[in-house]
Design a protein around this ligand. Sequence first.
Ligand SMILES: Nc1nc2c(ncn2[C@@H]2O[C@H](COP(=O)(O)OP(=O)(O)OP(=O)(O)O)[C@@H](O)[C@H]2O)c(=O)[nH]1
Ligand SMILES: [Mg+2]
Length: 537
Amino acid sequence: MSNELSATTIQVLDEAGRRRTFAVISHPDAGKSTLTEALALHAHAITSAGAVHGKGGRRGVTSDWMELERDRGISVTSAALQFDHRGHVMNLVDTPGHADFSEDTYRVLAAVDCAIMLVDAAKGLEEQTRKLFAVCRHRGVPVITFINKWDRRGREALALLDDIETHLGITPVPVVWPVGDAGNLRGLVQAENTGQMLRFTKVPAGTHAAIEETLTAEQAVEEEGETWENALMELELVLSSGPGYDQEAFEAGKISPVFFGAALTNIGVKLLLDAVVDLAPAPGPRPLANGGARAVESEFSGLVFKIQANMDPAHRDRIAFVRVCSGVFERGMNVTRAASGRSLTTKYAHTVFGAERTVVDTAYPGDVVGLINAAALRVGDTLYTGKKAEFPPLPAFAPEFFAVARPKDISRSKQFRKGVSQLDEEGVVQVLVSDRRGDQAPVMAAVGPMQFDVVLHRMEHEFSSPITLDHLSYRLARVTDAAGAAELSKARLTDGEVLTRRSDDVLLALFADKWHLNAFQRAKPDIKLEPLIATAE
Ligand SMILES: Nc1nc2c(ncn2[C@@H]2O[C@H](COP(=O)(O)OP(=O)(O)OP(=O)(O)O)[C@@H](O)[C@H]2O)c(=O)[nH]1
Ligand SMILES: [Mg+2]
């Protein structure tokens, strides 16, 4: 083997080294979308907050899909942004916090190299944040902690860190410490440079970056007195009782660097952005389904982690979001879809920024590319050129809510079918056909009921086919096989159990409750009934 690396290899390694691909995660309302916009604002990728999700009455990039988000004030789907910062290419994915949309968030976590975990200063560690943290740990995604909303009254900094240590089993290591309690934020001090205080002046409504001034320690004592001294004391206390920052320990998930600030008023956001460049790992080798790993400098490979249609009314089309895992992506290249072995061209490739997009000609490991109208692609697909690559499958969650969908206006059955299959492909819900109801009345299966709200809204506004949903009393789904299907079809016609077929041909037996499941299992002990991944994990 030659010691000389080819020019392409050097270029790929260099470009990959400049990439930071990360997600923002947390319980609903901790401020992920606000932080996402503040980060983009700091990198000068947008000129006023509100451009991504169009929140708070500010002018945003409008679309049907975001209309629902605006109405509710919550994110119902993840959004990818790319921008430059300090010579690095930042690929940032904002995720929805609500548990009902957690399948989307879990898929994003399969596509990033680092996560920023948001903690609301007043609420502390909330349930969904803990679950998402557990997923990061399981997947080996290192976590940076940002304690948000320090501009409002909240808990004590030391107590919050204590909770992280106790409940998450990871050592929080402060990189930044707040000067002033939550609700009385005077400024920030950096662990590496306790000789100065960073003071911020709020700009109304956070439409622009907060103005920052630097005080020397003497000035800080003079102007902030005890508040400054307390901050130094607390910081010293935490640092002296812990291991200190260590890059290897961070990447191994043993420690989490901690930042404080307020996303809404852009305080502490720049320090966080710099930390992503300095601390978050660049794309590395990716584990393959059958063992081994794909090195970043290998030929092209990518993972489809999300499908979204109709993001922009001006472009009524379907985008498959691909995270480039290795090699160079060039628009127009032929790639192979691992699941089918078929090849497809990538003529229409875009970089997306919220709902906006621009044509992309070349992309490198870590980048997120949107492939337009690649109808064959499904969430979880691996694409590659050259030597075959197949990444491990993405988790599919166990649905716990089921409803039969019917068009309100049967003359619009074509729009109805189109809408249902589109929402199925995106994974907005799983679509099942039950042996009793047939394919005229598909059964929508969801992890949480809010997914149904998205279905109702999108069917009406995007597909012009308003629907009714009749909720069914099933709560449990089990994967079965042909033998199980035969038995279930023979079962008495009660509402206790039913056989369904998912669009990927997986057979799912649905049961009203664990008693019906147990009774069926006792009667037919040899029948295959395997659980799916539960969200409670
Ligand atoms: N006071 C204060 N409010 C904040 C801050 N950051 C966010 N908020 C507010 O918190 C609310 C929720 O913010 P979002 O950014 O929508 O939260 P999210 O985490 O994206 O929520 P989901 O996407 O629904 O999970 C909004 O009203 C924000 O204005 C902050 O630093 N200080
Ligand atoms: Mg959000």
